[in-house]
Write a protein that binds this ligand. Structure first.
Ligand SMILES: *Cc1c(COP(=O)(O)O)cnc(C)c1O
Length: 399
């Protein structure tokens, strides 16, 4: 795997590995792993420098390549996702971009869910065509649409599930079955579920990407990302990222690795609170619909239960009254933050059509299920009574 030597993980249970996989202890016998803020590493001799650079000897040479903190984060995340190997990146988008640009070449074709993160869509619509890579966008829930879009030069399928902000799901195992015989790489953004709720590689995905900025950090502090997969793919992508340099800072890697220690307990509470909120909102007179993957009203709740262990920390709904309703709701909140992030301890309300998705033409936005009244709540770790009460009282401000 990476250059760090993890200590005995004490078993292969998720929670135990998240806590116990650690970088090798230094001579100080510290219990908590230190932050290795160093750009380079010393050579004991001229010969060692030569051996390290030729690859004859394994070891750290430069932090764009490798660092004990980033390696620890990678090692842990691979164990949690059930992937051979992985790479930490400076942001989630650096991971998504490297997974596409690093594996596609001129003449290749990509199929992508149209319910993808805005910047993922921009990469495939605007940036990759400059390098001769074309993309077809499909309805993520329609497996026939994915099948029909396959061409002889299709090399990758890209999807996130559940999607942001519409919480649409793709059937990962069904896509993997389409992809495998056609030698197509299945690339899944697992940001919303985290490895605690969903492990795409076990369902047949070839590449798993993360924005660690969201639930993995979980406290709205640092940016980070990761891309994980089979050894042969990551070996090549390690070369690609070492040369192109989207490396994660050791400080952020330290924060994110510590955050993984608490991922399981945090996600369970996010899910508890989101389930409570979704149930309280069902049938509310100020709403047209509420969406939560594990609610019976979600059109794909059977699939959700098949590929996820719980429904996650995001609830999306449509306030009546279009944009005005969405604005009145946001301004009616007294505790929940108005912000564009998600996966924080603090509950956050986002109005996609006027913020995160405002640059997308309306017709396209509607196809993605983002109406002007759509609101996304990233349900935090406050007491669920207070979260529900704040949302309910904000509805009083909606005409
Ligand atoms: C936020 C997000 C990203 C991008 O991550 P950054 O860390 O902001 O670069 C990618 N995919 C999804 C689903 C996201 O929510």
């Amino acid at each position: 795997m990476s250059d760090s030597t993890p200590e005995g993980a004490g078993g292969n249970k998720f929670e135990t590995q998240a806590v116990r996989l650690q970088a090798e202890r230094s001579g100080y016998r510290e219990h908590s792993v230190p932050i290795y803020l160093t750009s380079s590493y010393l050579f004991d001799s001229a010969e060692q420098g030569k051996a390290l650079f030729s690859g004859e000897e394994d070891g750290l040479v430069y932090s764009r390549y490798d660092n004990p903190n980033t390696s620890e984060f990678e090692t842990k995340l691979c164990a949690l996702e059930g992937c051979d190997d992985g790479l930490a990146t400076a942001t989630g988008m650096a991971a998504v971009f490297a997974s596409i640009a690093g594996l596609m070449k001129s003449g290749d074709h990509v199929i992508c869910s149209r319910a993808s993160f805005g910047s993922t869509l921009q990469i495939l619509k605007v940036i990759m065509p400059r390098y001769g890579v074309e993309t077809t966008f499909v309805d993520p829930t329609d497996i026939d649409a994915w099948r029909d879009a396959i061409r002889t030069n299709t090399k990758m399928m890209v999807a996130e599930t559940p999607s942001n902000p519409g919480l649409e799901l793709v059937d990962i195992a069904a896509l993997a079955e389409l992809a495998r015989p056609n030698k197509i790489q299945l690339n899944i953004d697992n940001c919303f579920a985290t490895p605690y709720l969903q492990r795409p590689a076990e369902l047949g995905a070839d590449i798993v990407t993360h924005s660690a900025t969201k639930f993995i950090d979980g406290q709205g502090r640092v940016m980070g990302g990761a891309l994980l997969g089979r050894q042969s793919l990551i070996d090549w992508l390690r070369f690609y990222t070492r040369q192109t340099g989207p490396s994660l800072s050791p400080f952020n890697a330290w924060v994110l690795s510590k955050s993984l220690e608490t991922l399981a307990v945090r996600m369970d509470r996010h899910c508890d609170n989101a389930e409570t909120l979704a149930a309280a909102l069902e049938g509310h007179p100020k709403l047209n619909w509420v969406r939560y993957p594990f609610s019976d009203s979600h059109p794909q709740h059977v699939l959700a239960r098949k590929q996820m262990s719980r429904g996650g920390g995001i609830v999306t709904f449509e306030v009546k009254g279009g944009e005005a309703g969405g604005m009145q709701f946001q301004n009616g909140l007294s505790m929940i933050s108005r912000s564009s992030n998600l996966g924080d301890t603090r509950s956050i309300a986002t109005h996609p059509s006027t913020t995160t998705h405002s640059s997308i033409p309306e017709a396209e936005r509607l196809q993605m299920g983002i109406t002007s009244g759509t609101v996304r709540i990233s349900v935090g770790l406050e007491h669920s009574d207070d979260i529900v009460a704040d949302v309910m009282s904000a509805f009083d401000q909606v005409d």
